[in-house]
Ligand binder design. Sequence first.
Ligand code: BGC
Length: 759
Amino acid sequence: MKLSKKLSAIAIACAMGVIPFVTNADTNINTNTNTNTNTNTKDQPWANTELSAAERTQLVLKQMTLDEKLLLVVGYFGTDAPWKNFARPVESRPQSAGFVYGIPRLGIPHIWQADAGLGVASQGGPNVRERTALPSGLNTAATWDPQVGFEGGAMIGSEARTSGFNVLLAGSVNLVREPRNGRNFEYAGEDPLLSGVIVGEQIKGVQSNNIVSTLKHFAYNDQETGRGELNVSIDEAAGRMSDLLALQFAFEIGNPGSVMCSYNRVYGVYACESEYLLNEILKKDWGFKGWVMSDWGATHSTIPAANNGLDQQSGLPFDHAAYFKEPLKEAVTNGWVTQARLDDMAGRVLYSLFHYGVMDNPVPQPSNNIDFKKHGLISQKDAEEGMVLLRNEKVNGTALLPLAKELKKIAIIGSHANVGVLSGGGSSQVYPIGGMAVKGLGPQAFPGPMVYYPSSPMNAIAARYPNALVSFDEGTNPQSAAKLAAESDLVIVFANQWTAESVDVPNLSLPDNQDALIASVAKANPKTVVVLQTGGAVLMPWLNDVGAVVEAWYPGTNGGEAIARVLSGEVNPSGHLPITFPAAENQLPRAIVDGSLKKPDGRFEVNYFEGAAVGYKWFELKNHQPLFPFGFGLSYTDFAYSDLKTNVKNGQLSVSFSVKNTGAVAGKDVAQVYIAPKNAKWEAPKRLGAFQKVDLKPGESTSVTVNVDPRLLAMYQSKNKTWKIAKGEYEVILAKSTAEPQTSVKVKLPTRTLDVNGK
Ligand code: BGC
């Protein structure tokens, strides 16, 4: 009783600003000396690289005082927050997300944290850090190419390192369960396998730079509306087969050094103090050895958070109190949090610093010594591989795309396509080299501004059609746009939907009257191509009136060039949808986003009654016809499948087949293997079991063999934490999308029980 009174007094004092969120300039610990790793293994035996990360951790922990251990479990915002009366630690990197004090006397470096998964982000303000931006996470998922995920991760990780960051807050793998979620652009789609593989590879790429990546947001932070107030409930097994499975795949592939717990509550408990999520699933079931950091403002207590698995409170001053400073010290002193647990908390941070090479390869002083041209091309490749050709009709006998060489008058309309391409807003915002293409758009404060990268689709198109007159109309007036359209051989309308962290979109319609714009342009000229730059799925009431549609997501640093190369046919589009595009919002599990009618200061419930039937699984279960199905994507060539066979060895299912390019141009196909049980009951009629992207010249064929992870054939059993494959017949379907099966075979599987990790 006495203790809790004392603790709450401290918490209240912090919240009231009586005990300020002090940085360690005013503690008695010297944090100002050289942070380079000491290689003197006699005085500092943990510097011995021959020892394991775990051994090195134990050696250094023994030397640490209580105050030093406590230093490692508290992070600060790396940006001034005047409204909180907070000045960033002087040692932090300007306009960064986070900073944790190291312990120079022991050779433990400071931890410098930057957002996020699309590049080295910067908090808004006058002196932003300008870096290379990848396309949106959905674009990278739409490549269906794990190698593209890895290369993008490796590139942004190297920029993080050169910028002086040893932790990149990347690895975002919340499932697209709610298509109106404002943050879907940061994530990797609705399917656990595709999301997990792409983000896992990205994490691996980031960490190939001897820095740590996170995996986030753990777990069920699937909407922004009321993200700090809502409580998610879901059937436990369904969660293991959906959101948690995506995280589990990414975790296994990427092996992240840190995991960020999320804002929301799950089963009534905040994610950052959830014994179930942190201790049970992450640390016990999955065997995570690194540290759990809270999202910025997601820590709500001292003793429950520490004892239930949170290792580091992030981003002071965003929480109500500095729970892991004095209150944690007091709790350890009084035994409410054991000394062993504090050692475990600090030890987990140290373990990752050793294991991922942060300790032995200190990050350099920040510089701009980056090959931006080369990195721009890595981003561009990602954009080109992820753009999805959704429609390509013949008008007067020829398909609109690729654009005909003999075009004389091309109209470009809308979305500032004369100067740039759009990006998504919030903490993941990467600022472009050379400044924003358009200034003053979007909210002045977070999650704004609305940033256009200076890569002009119009210039890139004009460069490829030197004999054509290329004209631009801003698209703000449908009549004037229609007039230009009527005078042109072909029209390219750029439509956009800006989405951002902290706000969900009100609905799936294009904002700002753009549907009317497209309709009036298409009426004036049937040779209309629509290029979408959206944060996710949108409705297309004009679809049947336009000739072609390309989903370009947010295409990143070189987006204009990438769009022009796809439209001109220099690049054959090969992106496939990582999400379902609904035909109407009433097809979704929820008519509106939960909590959107309530003020987000009130707590509310979000019941995932759809369970594991997320995205296409829901659509198939309910027999809804989407506008475009998951996995869909056209090409300028055609592919044919043959020789589909299955093999079951020791219970493991593998699938082999041949893919042939039957068209006239080279192209890449995404072969998708879906599994449908004949007798077993799953959450939905079928699941994606495996996929493979192949690159083929005209007439060329290749044979492919893929393995199906046994968890994708099983139902999770909560009571004994196992995955159970039911004996019986399964259909193995080779398809171009969930709605386009090409060929299928049946296979009999024996009953099989696997542990929580599918082993
Ligand atoms: C976001 C995190 C981000 C953190 C630090 C939070 O608002 O949810 O994804 O890493 O801020 O900027």
